[in-house]
Each structure stands twice: as C-alpha cells, then as structure tokens.
Design a protein around this ligand. Structure first.
Ligand code: AMP
Length: 211
C-alpha cells in the first residue's frame, strides 16, 4: 500500500477520465499537467500527496485490489466482470452512463442449435443467462462485437450501447436490457481502514456532488 499520508487514485483512460476530471477538480484533485498533453502515467495533482494514475479500464480494479492504488474510478461493466474481491464500491458517480444489452439482427432464421453469444463480458453474460435458466454458448471477443453476427460467428452479442448508432449502423437492434452502467468509486478495503481520515472526506464529497 502507499505511504499513509499519500493517496493514489487509478482512473480508466478515455471517456471515464474525461468525465471524472471535473468531479475530481471540484475536490481540488486537479492534475498539474493535462492528461491529454502528457505521456506520463502518474500525474501529480494540486493536492499535495494525491496522485492520479491513468490505466486501462480493466486494470483499475486490479490496481485497487492489490493496494497499488488506494482508490479507483471504473465502469460497472468492468466491476461486474471483475467480481469485486477486496474492494468497496461506495459511490455511484453517475458518469459515463450507458446500457449493457443483448443485441442481435432484426430478423433471424430459426435456430436448431444452442444460441451463440459473442462478448467481452463473459462472466456477466454467463450470469445473465444462468439467472434465466438458459444454456448458451459464449464466445470471447476483445472488441468490435457488432461484427460477430454479420459474419456468422455468433447469433447475438452482449455489449454497451450509448446512442445505439453503432448497432444501427451494423443492422443490429437491442433485444434486452441486461443492466444500466455508470462509473463507480472503488476503494481498497485495507486503505479504507488505514487511511480513513483521508478517504472518508473524498467519499462524502463525491456522494454530495453525484446525488
Ligand atoms: P453508441 O454507438 O453510442 O451506442 O456506442 C456504442 C459503442 O461505444 C460500443 O462499441 C460500446 O462498446 C462503446 N461504449 C458506449 N458507451 C460506453 C461506455 N460508457 N464505456 C465504454 N464504452 C462505451
């Protein structure tokens, strides 16, 4: 874990970072260098002792679980997939909102085999179909899920949608809402105890800001 008077916050690159920065700035946690103008991965902030680290979305819970970062900001999609070991998830920041959906072609021929679902959200998809008592074949992809039904790799996909434009452009439609997604503040469980006086005010302020 980091030294007791220091805090490290891991934030997902991209849309989550863009939407989290105004919130962090409200708390005085403003990076001294603009993240998009530096190649540094560790950013000092205007608050002495508080650093931001900018990492891949799926790595945020790992940094926080192992205490390499005390706090993190990650999408619920990533947290559902990770499984939430050794982490608290005290605040829904209500940023980077979107939906996780099951999607597929508008029309499809009747299948005489098990449904094939392509996704990068293997665990969430397995849990979703298990809760409905349906047996499906899940195919792991790392990106561009929309392509899978077009090339006959899968019958359906599980993916995030925001405007729905990507699905539409590829002749797909949302079929079922699996869950709403937004970014969450996560906290390392040991840091929550050892650095309570540093972390609690951040949780309280974010709760107020994101009501
Ligand atoms: P859209 O065309 O606006 O529905 O956006 C769909 C594409 O953006 C898909 O490739 C999604 O994986 C991605 N996407 C949408 N919302 C988010 C989000 N909050 N976080 C990460 N990826 C997203």
């Amino acid at each position: 874990m980091n030294r007791s008077h220091n805090l490290t916050i891991a934030v997902s690159k991209g849309r989550i970072l863009t939407e989290a920065l105004p919130l962090l700035t409200e708390l005085g946690i403003r990076p001294v260098e603009a993240p998009e103008q530096t190649r540094k991965l560790i950013l000092e902030t205007a608050k002495p002792g508080i650093k931001l680290v900018v990492v891949r979305a799926t790595d945020v819970p790992t940094y926080v679980e192992y205490g390499a970062a005390d706090l993190g900001i990650a999408g619920k999609d990533v947290l559902l997939e990770y499984g939430g070991k050794g982490l608290y998830e005290p605040v829904d920041l209500k940023i980077a909102r979107c939906k996780m959906v099951l999607a597929g072609p508008k029309k499809e021929a009747k299948l005489n085999r098990r449904l094939r679902v392509a996704t990068k959200y293997i665990k969430t998809t397995r849990d979703y179909f298990a809760s409905r008592g349906e047996q499906v074949e899940i195919i792991k992809l790392y990106g561009s899920m929309e392509l899978a039904p077009l090339l006959g790799l899968a019958d359906r996909i599980v993916d995030l949608i925001d405007t729905g434009n990507t699905l539409k452009a590829n002749g797909l439609v949302p079929l079922e809402l699996i869950t709403w997604i937004s970014s969450r503040l996560i906290v390392n469980t040991a840091a929550m105890k050892m650095k309570h006086e540093l972390i609690k005010p951040i949780i309280n302020q974010l709760e107020q800001l994101c009501k």
